[in-house]
Design a protein around this ligand. Sequence first.
Ligand SMILES: Cc1ncc(COP(=O)(O)O)c(C=O)c1O
Length: 402
Amino acid sequence: MSTTTDLIEVSERRSAHNYHPLPVVIREAHGAWVTDVEGKRYLDCLAGYSSLNFGHGNPKIIEAAQEQLKNLTLTSRAFYHDQFATFCAGLGDLTGKDMILPMNTGAEAVETAIKVARKWGYEVKGVQPEQANIIVMEDNFHGRTTTIVSFSTDPDARDNFGPYTPGFRIVKYGTVEAIREAVDANTVAVLFEPIQGEAGVLVPPDGYLTQVRELCTAEGILMIADEIQSGLGRTGKTFACDHEGVVPDMYVLGKALGGGVVPVSAIAANEDVLGVIKPGQHGSTFGGNPLACAVGNAVIEILNTGEYQSRAAELGEVLHARLRELIGHGVVTVRGRGLWAGVDIDPSLATGRQVSKELMARGVLAKDTHGSTIRLAPPIVISEEDLLWAVDQLADTIASFR
Ligand SMILES: Cc1ncc(COP(=O)(O)O)c(C=O)c1O
């Protein structure tokens, strides 16, 4: 069993159909390029939904993982281990926060943020028992747990998974007035993505993050930024909130924190917030494990140089300038920031899926979302030449449908 056809046939037959992958079976990858089992190479323009910001097989990250594999991989949090302090202090410094609570996947970090916000609401803000509410956004994507899908507005994500967790108020994204109208005395937090990734790379209007910050401060509400996809270099800054110089009360991080090697997620907040969690009240056997922390430490060191943030900003200019030229030539709109773009294809030409498949045939891996949007988020290590080549392939693909 080694050919693409065989491997896909068995995968489809023996796994749940919770994804609809492109028909490519990848065997190895370096930098921004992957190779399939037939030996064909593709430029990766998805980067594991921004988990691979620093490239496939980043030497510094792989070296850290290999070193750690030789020494210690798991202790559980029943004991301390020698990578933990550096990880929490390093991520705390990167986020400017006192404390870190490490988990594994993004959804777990979001769950953690929700639990901490509620507990803070009852114990610090003085909300009456069971009355806390959290304001969330239309078209959000925060993961797949039962609580998180309870406040999804995407029928695929939500339908038939009830009964749903109460305590969430869904408002329009991008306007602070919508949040203001939803706030009451029991509101403990506003949970939002500084750029909505899965919704199609929706960038809120300038000033939105600042206004949300001001509102949360005025009302005594926690501002929780889910930077799982937008953070850690992707947008040309360490965090997407940095574009407005805004500091949320809590960062929710994941994806690239694990360097594309292991799942590593965390929330970061100050002691007045995260201090509400006491022994036995939250945790995870694998959260903050030695391998995860060693990888995370390499990622934090990389981010501390600022090189990837600058590179994403510079290449982002190149990407967006070139994509804008396609508007009116089969492209309706282009959104995004840094090395991250949502490209709306004229739906009368082709579906996003058709475009993705044709791109794949031309050696570019990208994924569609919401019908006719193509997301481009290559590893930040991509060369300018390769990036422009990928956009040329997109232009040729669209032309082939016209
Ligand atoms: C903004 C955001 N939050 C949370 C998640 C969930 O992360 P995970 O798939 O690791 O659970 C994602 C994943 O795409 C995301 O983009």
